[in-house]
Design a protein around this ligand. Structure first.
Ligand code: NAD
Length: 346
């Protein structure tokens, strides 16, 4: 079997990790790499990834020079969170006739917030015979697909409540800023009000996906963001939080059917939660017949699992029918370990 040929677009924290993982997989091969960072352009991918060896793949900022469906089977794009911001790149990829996986949070279910853009991408993908998927650890897996799959044996589901309690300490300055870490409670509230502090990106996408998969008819989604105020000093390489300052963002998304709360997703994210004895984990509670309670401790590691699920979906997307897909539309993800994992058909 010939390896699936991958173009890695975006070589930041996630994209470079995905590239390293792809290089470990016998059924996958990296044939091209794109990034806009001037210090990467013209470098060999092996040097950018600090592998100590050359891969014979030169990083370019001109995707049109490498987007060739005769040479590339799939693009993995890890550049932004927003559909609107990625629209031009996705359009270029689809028009080139190449399948694509995006980890932009809003791409997990673009119908949730940008139905017109989603319809446009779907129509374009059908026209060009291309499959396009949005995925990632969350949205894309923990607070949506995993919940959907857990209901697989249920007769009824009345209500779902799930939470992901995680540690933000490994992340960089962008995440600290958009989560409001290191601000005062007042500055946090002002940041939420002016949109500079967003918390988690993905609740509308996860709730829309769960509701669609189960037919729960959610017709309204509300979100709230509250500061997690620290009682102790906390510090990472990028931020210092003194007692009384904000260590993270407690973000909640609720999906209603009429006045009934049917899906509640809770995502408190903070640096060093252990300093205040906060254990991390993923928890899913499904109320119906039967009742299900699942706990994973610690939480499924965000960065590792984003790289993993994206790479693990490559063979699923290449085998899929054309169109814009969500994780609920394709065969279940599984770690790509042996040859049979690459040959399963959608
Ligand atoms: P990053 O900032 O470390 O890397 C982004 C890279 O993309 C940079 O190297 C940048 O130069 C490059 N880039 C940006 N726009 C580009 C363009 N148009 N063309 C070429 N290169 C471009 O970010 P990251 O941590 O790797 O994450 C990437 C995105 O994925 C973020 O928006 C993040 O929020 C999202 N993400 C989603 C999930 C999920 O669960 N769905 C998980 C992790 C990250």
């Amino acid at each position: 079997m010939k390896p699936i040929r991958v173009l890695q677009w975006g070589l930041g924290a996630m994209g470079s990790g995905m590239a390293r993982l792809i290089l470990e997989k016998s059924g996958l091969e990296i044939v091209a790499a794109v990034d806009a960072r001037p210090e990467y352009v013209g470098q060999d991918l092996g040097d950018v990834l600090k592998l100590g060896k050359s891969l014979g793949v030169t990083v370019t900022d001109k995707p049109e020079t490498v987007l060739d469906k005769e040479a590339v089977d799939i693009v993995v794009i890890a550049t932004t969170s927003w559909v609107k911001e990625q629209m031009a790149d996705l359009t270029q990829i689809i028009k080139a006739g190449v399948d694509c996986i995006s980890i932009a949070e809003e791409m997990a279910d673009p119908w949730a917030q940008s139905p017109d853009l989603a319809d446009e991408l779907h129509a374009l993908a059908l026209e060009h015979g291309v499959a396009l998927l949005g995925t990632g650890v969350n949205p894309g897996f923990v607070l949506d697909l995993l919940i959907v799959v857990l209901t697989g044996g249920n007769h009824t589901v009345e209500r779902i409540e799930a939470s992901r309690v995680n540690d933000l300490s490994p992340y960089g300055p962008t995440v600290m800023r958009t989560q409001g870490v290191g601000t005062t409670p007042e500055a946090f509230r002002a940041g939420v009000a002016d949109g500079s502090i967003v918390g988690h990106v993905g609740f509308p996408e996860s709730i829309h996906m769960i509701s669609d998969a189960l037919g729960l008819d959610v017709d309204r989604i509300e979100q709230s963001r509250e500061p997690i105020i620290s009682n102790v000093r906390r510090e990472t390489p990028h931020v210092v939080v003194e007692p009384g300052m904000v260590a993270g963002c407690a973000h909640i998304g609720i999906g209603y059917r009429g006045d009934v709360e049917v899906i509640k997703l809770v995502h408190p994210q903070q640096i060093h939660p252990h300093l205040e004895a906060q254990e991390t984990g993923d928890y899913i509670h499904i109320y119906g017949k039967p009742e299900i309670h699942m706990a994973i401790q610690p939480e499924i590691a965000g960065g590792i699992a984003t790289m993993g699920i994206t790479v693990n979906m490559i063979s699923r997307v290449v085998a899929a029918t054309p169109g814009l897909k969500r994780m609920i539309d394709l065969p279940v993800p599984a770690a790509l370990m042996g040859a049979s994992a690459y040959s399963r058909k959608a």
